[in-house]
Design a protein around this ligand. Structure first.
Ligand code: ZN
Ligand code: FE
Length: 257
């Protein structure tokens, strides 16, 4: 399975999954249809599935037009998103599995950003492969999504599920927010040398207009404050010894940043 990254809108990514053997493709969170249709045309591939993580317009905006071009494509989304995702056919819950070509993804229910948000995790099949995580607006490189419809407790549970995946997992989040996220992270975790190094690297990449996505889950665990609510240094920083409270305070500070 190849993964192609299509930058769209201001800072969104659409991910196109491609199986050359079968000339089939699927997309994760098509904000727009035209760049996807263009790419499918170049690959001479059939679109068989749309995998949505949540209902926001910058994630489902291309669904209807893609379905017009490929009426047989199946639209997947969270069960709780019923009525909010255009063309949705399959209503997924925690533990469900979806297939694309020879690969199978596990569905993780990760509410917090929205009440219905799901993530898709493709575990490695053969040795040498790594897991691929499509986490929408739940976990970002160096940050996490805002809490629009969920509570800090839900978000800590959701991010905790993602944090449990192997370090080698590639994190395909839906936005290029990394540099700003790391700028914030440095204000509350300035002694963290992994974070300092990552910031310098990301800054240089952005100066060259390179994408910082995917990141590796292992580096997120070391440098992303929203996966580090149980770190004593961060807890001390916000004067709490409670994971959820620490997360909530950090998220509140980021909202003001
Ligand atoms: Zn969103
Ligand atoms: Fe978004």
């Amino acid at each position: 399975m190849q993964i192609l990254r299509l930058p769209v809108l201001l800072n969104n990514y659409i991910f196109l999954l491609y199986e050359a053997d079968f000339k089939i493709a699927s997309v994760v969170d098509p904000a727009e249809a035209d760049p996807v249709l263009q790419c499918l045309h170049e690959l001479d591939a059939q679109l068989v599935a749309i995998f949505n993580t949540h209902h926001h317009g910058d994630h489902v905006g291309g669904n209807t037009q893609l379905l017009q071009a490929f009426p047989q494509a199946t639209v997947y989304g969270g069960a709780e998103d019923r009525g909010r995702i255009p063309g949705q056919k399959v209503f997924l819950q925690e533990g469900d599995r979806v297939t694309f070509g020879n690969r199978r993804a596990e569905v993780l229910f990760v509410p917090g950003h929205t009440r219905a948000h799901i993530a898709y995790y493709f575990p490695p099949v053969q040795s040498g492969e790594v897991g691929e995580l499509f986490c929408g607006d739940t976990l970002f490189a160096g940050g996490c999504g805002r809490l629009f419809e969920g509570t800090p407790t839900q978000m800590v549970n959701s991010l905790g599920k993602l944090r449990d995946l192997p370090d080698s997992t590639r994190v395909w989040c839906a936005h290029e927010y990394t540099l700003n996220n790391l700028k914030f992270a440095l204000t509350i975790d300035e002694e963290n040398t992994d974070l300092q190094n990552r910031f310098e690297m990301v800054k240089a990449m952005r100066e060259r207009l390179e994408s910082t996505i995917p990141s590796l889950l292992g580096e997120e665990k070391q440098t992303n404050p929203f996966l580090r609510w149980d770190q004593p240094s961060l807890q001390a920083r916000v004067k709490s010894q409670d994971a959820v409270q620490t997360f909530a305070k950090l998220r509140g500070m980021k909202d003001q940043f």
